[in-house]
Ligand binder design. Structure first.
Ligand SMILES: [Zn+2]
Length: 95
């Protein structure tokens, strides 16, 4: 579709939604948009983009790290903890 189904305004570039009424130009655009969102959500590039776009970057970074941690499988977490504990045991006697 070349025009917004709601206000009839011509489509600008590769936008999926009408900037004025926030309505998708077509059902296909909605699907493409969701796919793009899903891909961005799951990649580091998407996380970086969100951090850059955020006003409070420190807070955004924290949230992204929390989200990554939540998505990490339990086995990976156990391995990470073991490695950290091992390093701790190695470093502490030196200090
Ligand atoms: Zn519109």
């Amino acid at each position: 579709m070349k025009n917004c189904p709601q206000c009839g305004q011509a489509r600008i570039g590769e936008e999926f939604k009408c900037p004025r009424c926030d309505v998708f130009y077509s059902q296909l655009d909605e699907l493409l948009f969701e796919e793009q969102q899903r891909l961005e959500r799951d990649t580091l590039a998407g996380a970086m983009k969100r951090i850059r776009a955020a006003t409070d970057r420190k807070q955004a970074t924290k949230w992204e790290l929390v989200a990554i941690w939540r998505k990490t499988p339990l086995r990976t977490k156990i391995v990470l903890w073991t490695v950290l504990a091992f390093l701790f045991v190695l470093i502490v006697p030196v200090i």
